[in-house]
Design a protein around this ligand. Structure first.
Ligand code: FAD
Length: 509
């Protein structure tokens, strides 16, 4: 139930004590624009996810003021940065105030000697790197959403980077941050008393607790990030294979080779190659006997990249890989930030383009379990397709998460014809999501390597994945956020309040 006009007026009035009037957004357009995310969305129920207000703070103190007001009035608060998260994290499931952090996009301090930068969490990595490039530096958090996701959302999701096998992922790259707790108190999270220590053993390691919580434990407002020399050379060879088995074996061998400049290896399966052939305008056509592709990325100084590259080329050849040439290799790697931005991508059928949105399953799976997961996942989507033409299998890719090849971001892409979604097909989809997640767990993996697992369907399995750890999550949530104002409805955390009133309910009474 939405808040009444009078309740919204009361909240807006209170917010005027910490924000200017132009930082408080009440119009339908402003609220609808901050509702959806680029994952399949039950568009037939769009209005259920509208926030009551949106605000655009410009400082940590303003964020703290907003949260204190929300505490007093028991109103839900949902942090939102780029709004590109794929697990509905920035969707206001219980209405309330969306805190849009995009105006907090300043560079506060660039420390060239200690190699750090301190930024507002509303900054985008691509924009930040444009400034850092002038100093020969890079902040190497490089998701496929690099042009549109922001540092705060990377913290809120504990994101995964395409070149993480060389430089680490968001959790490794963020040294520390200012964080507003659900009480409105401001704490500094990180190692040591300053902002720039990368390793300490003092006390609990709170940095990990306050990352990946999807905004359920507060809001990160300013972050200090690790910087690296901008790599002099980048090598990204693509190899073609006649069959999946050789390509799979090759990917494992590349990851295990121990090449220091190795930034990642990716395996594209047969259905992914078919999808690229059919639906990706940027794909450079390959002969029909190409059934699987493998790519590797190396970053570093020219001489070390050349030496490492030679070793990987030898390995790929010995597994039957055919090098696709410089043009394809460089072009495909350069398009890595566009390739997966396929919301409203089309499937051509009988000469007609069907607009489809994109779901991406993002499990973390050990190398040895990838073939089994792949078989079972494709089987689940084949079943779905037999039931309805709303769904399409866009294939899989597997991507190293680290430099030793232990586990892979294992991604299945599914096309969904959103205009045809109704409650029945949405329910079918939610059931399939549960089945996909269950395969990841049965194979000893995690449901999510990067996006988080808040979505309908998969979230039901969170207690199974975390075991007793899930009860610890509930205890922590109840202690830090006694009235459940921070992003209620996510991660089954409402269960922490089952015997106590929460903001989600109280605000509407
Ligand atoms: C085309 C495409 C490609 C993608 N590729 C990748 C990829 O390679 N790797 C990857 O990891 N992800 C990827 N994603 C998913 C998404 O980009 C990431 O999850 C990203 O980290 C979200 O950042 P955002 O700024 O958009 O956050 P949002 O979507 O705004 O927020 C994400 C979550 O964090 C919370 N949050 C937002 N800001 C804060 C804050 N300041 N403090 C605390 N919590 C906060 C939100 O409430 C929400 O729960 C992709 C998405 C798309 C659309």
């Amino acid at each position: 139930m939405a808040l009444s006009t009078q309740q919204i007026d009361t909240i807006a009035q209170a917010l005027r004590s910490v924000l200017n009037p132009d930082q408080i957004l009440l119009s339908k357009t402003d609220r609808y624009n901050r509702t959806r995310v680029p994952a399949p969305f039950p568009v037939h129920r769009w209005a259920d996810f509208l926030p009551d207000l949106a605000v655009l703070p410009t400082s940590t103190e303003q964020v703290a003021g907003i949260i204190k007001i929300a505490q007093d009035l028991r109103v839900p608060v949902v942090p939102r940065d780029g709004g590109t998260g794929l697990t509905d994290g920035a969707v206001a499931l219980r209405g309330g105030i969306v805190v849009d952090l995009k105006a907090m996009n300043q560079i506060h301090e660039l420390d060239l000697e200690n190699r750090t930068v301190t930024v507002g969490t509303g900054i985008n990595m691509m924009k930040l790197n444009e400034v850092l490039a002038e100093h020969g530096l890079i902040y190497p958090d490089d998701p496929a959403s690099y042009p549109c996701s922001l540092v705060g959302g990377r913290i809120g999701t504990s994101g995964w980077s395409l070149i993480g096998s060389r430089f680490g992922h968001t959790r490794d790259l963020v040294l520390s941050f200012d964080h507003v707790l659900p009480s409105g108190d401001i704490i500094h999270v990180g190692d040591g008393i300053g902002r720039k220590v990368s390793k300490s053993s003092s006390g609990f390691q709170l940095k990990h607790l306050f990352m990946g919580h999807q905004g359920t434990l507060g809001i990160a407002t300013s972050a200090t990030l690790k910087l690296f020399p901008k790599p002099e050379a980048e090598l990204s060879p693509f190899w073609a294979f006649d069959n999946y088995e050789d390509a799979y074996a090759c990917t494992g061998a590349l990851a295990r080779a121990g090449v220091a400049t190795f930034a990642g290896a990716v395996l594209f399966d047969e259905l992914k190659v078919a999808f690229l052939r059919r639906d990706d305008e940027a794909y450079i056509p390959q002969p029909a006997n190409v059934r699987a592709l493998v790519c590797a990325a190396l970053y570093g100084y020219e001489d070390e990249v050349r030496a490492g590259g030679k070793r990987l080329f030898r390995l790929a050849r010995s597994h039957g890989g055919r090098y696709l040439g410089d043009q394809v290799s460089e072009g495909d790697w350069a398009a890595r930030h566009d390739r997966y931005a396929v919301p409203l991508h089309g499937r051509t059928r009988e000469g007609q383009v069907i607009p489809m949105s994109w779901h991406c399953e993002d499990a973390a799976i050990n190398f040895t379990r990838i073939p089994a997961v792949s078989r079972e996942w494709h089987g689940i989507i084949a079943d779905l397709r037999r039931q309805s033409d709303v769904f399409d299998d866009w294939g899989m890719f597997c991507y190293t998460s680290g430099s030793t090849g232990v586990d892979y971001l294992t991604e299945l892409d599914v096309g969904i014809w959103e205009q045809r979604l109704d409650e029945a097909s949405w329910r079918t989809w939610v059931g399939a999501k549960r089945d996909l997640a269950s395969v990841s767990l049965a194979n000893g993996g995690s449901m999510s390597a990067c996006h988080g697992s808040c979505r309908e369907g998969e979230v039901d399995l969170l207690p199974q994945e975390l075991g007793k750890g899930f009860e610890v999550m509930l205890d922590l949530k109840r202690t830090l956020d006694p009235h459940n104002i921070m992003n209620p409805g996510k991660y089954l955390l409402d269960r922490a309040y089952e015997s106590a009133p929460s903001a989600a309910g109280a605000a509407r009474e």
